[in-house]
Design a binder for this molecule. Structure first.
Ligand code: URA
Length: 439
């Protein structure tokens, strides 16, 4: 069969057969299908959607496109569990949640993604740590998971290689925002990682991929149902992405905020709520705790006692990063030469978070084309939460840029992305709702 037949079937609104799906997945994995044909099919799927059956078949086929990890002979004395986010801006949850869950008795083999569209990628952020290897060999990955309790790495060429290629092509072809493609992308990696259970962080709001709350809910339900079909127990928490999560956005800046959290120096309230809610759900879904309240206390204690910081330190050193990184992160992270506070006046009432994410790409902190290298130092710090009274003292955010020209240009983008009001706005709860399913 010619691959153009597959493209035509979906272009004309038809249903992909098993043969079509296998041709697509095999051709993605061995790179025999050129990028223009992959992007053409991705666009046809984006426009004409896929049925639940097609989505489940694509997910399972992509999960088997490379190695599927089996942890049963690794001698682990706790559950293998992970969290994955549908993507946001300032979302540094993985760097906190993985070591917290590890300190609570979980094993977290986290295969993360690079930046996608306007959202930042955990793999890119991890690479701002000097020496930290996001593509270790399999034995190192396994060893770090076993000894540190967690390993946050990037997609390797062995795990779900079909998604790795499709992801990088979707990133630059306007085909990210498809419920079916997001589901297959996320779950193929998670199934290949050999998890016992998964907790999804599904972002809702102006910085989320799906433009409406209804579509976001449909995404969460599709992920849970598809995971159940593939035998993976999954629950989802819908969390707010109507503003940047935490006080920073940009690779090295987010890592610095994460280390400050693990050191108990600064824990942003909304970030803390999201981290603890997702992490507590990991303990509950795996049966390590029976109530969310008990699980939340256990996660909180893992941070305040320093045990989560210790787990991060072990993971970082095990993957080639500095052994003293948590305590001395400022010494290792790249810093931008230009620092520019952005001022406006009034209560911050609305943020177009997608525009904020795109502004980071303008600064060089995200990609415009496949394989582009990033400036780790750029982004925003001191990002004001919604409801903050902004004035000549309190900036909207502080821009970190490679040049004055970049800073001036991005200041305009940032001011356009934010609205202020004369009175304090009502605020969204950070945790919108929880959905659970059975694998
Ligand atoms: N995260 C992924 O891994 N894939 C997507 O398509 C979106 C978010």
């Amino acid at each position: 069969m010619l691959f153009t037949d597959v493209i035509r079937t979906k272009r004309d609104g038809g249903e992909l057969s098993d043969e079509h799906i296998h041709l697509f997945v095999d051709g993605l994995a061995d790179e025999s299908i050129p990028a223009e044909q992959v992007s053409s099919l991705a666009m046809a799927i984006f426009l004409n959607s896929m049925t639940f059956e097609e989505t489940a078949k694509l997910t399972i086929a992509m999960s088997k496109s490379g190695t599927v990890i089996d942890w049963s002979d690794a001698g682990l004395d706790g559950p293998v569990v992970d969290k994955h986010s549908t993507g946001g801006v300032g979302d540094k949850v993985s760097f906190l949640l993985a070591p917290i869950a590890a300190a609570c008795g979980c094993y977290v083999p986290m295969i993360s993604g690079r930046g996608l569209g306007h959202t930042g990628g955990t793999t890119d952020k991890a690479e701002s740590i000097p020496g930290y290897n996001t593509a270790p060999d399999f034995e190192t990955f396994r060893h770090v998971v076993k000894t540190a309790g967690c390993a946050v790495i990037g997609q390797t060429s062995d795990l779900a290689p079909a998604d790795r290629r499709l992801y990088s092509i979707r990133d630059v072809t306007g085909t990210v925002e498809s419920i079916q493609l997001i589901t297959a992308s996320i779950l193929s990696k998670k199934i290949a990682a050999g998890l016992d259970a998964l907790v999804m962080d599904v972002k809702v709001g102006s910085g989320a991929f799906m433009p409406t709350d209804e579509q976001t809910l449909e995404l969460a339900k599709t992920i849970i149902a598809t995971a159940a079909k593939a035998g993976l127990k999954t629950s989802a928490i819908l969390t707010d992405m109507n503003e940047v999560l935490g006080t920073t956005a940009g690779n090295a800046l987010e890592i610095e905020e994460s280390m400050a959290y693990l050191r108990n120096d600064r824990r942003d309230t909304r970030l803390d709520e999201v981290v603890l809610a997702l992490c507590a759900e990991m303990l509950v879904i795996t049966g390590l705790e029976s109530s969310v309240d008990e699980a939340t206390l256990r996660c909180d204690e893992a941070v305040s006692s320093g045990r989560a910081a210790e787990a991060f330190g072990k993971m970082c050193a095990g993957l080639g990063g500095p052994a003293d990184f948590v305590d001395n992160s400022g010494k290792y992270l790249a810093r931008a030469p230009v620092i520019r506070p952005v001022h406006t006046a009034g209560y911050l009432s609305n943020v177009d978070v997608r525009a904020v994410g795109n502004a980071i790409i303008e600064l060089g902190g995200g990609r415009r084309k496949v394989g582009e290298s990033l400036d780790m130092s750029v982004g925003f710090s001191d990002v004001a939460p919604l409801g903050t009274l902004l004035d000549a003292e309190r900036p909207l955010a502080v821009i970190h840029a490679a040049s004055q020209d970049d800073a001036v240009q991005v200041e305009k983008l940032l001011l356009n992305a934010c609205q202020t009001a004369d009175s304090a706005p009502s605020l969204n709860p950070v945790i919108h709702r929880k959905l659970s399913g059975q694998g």
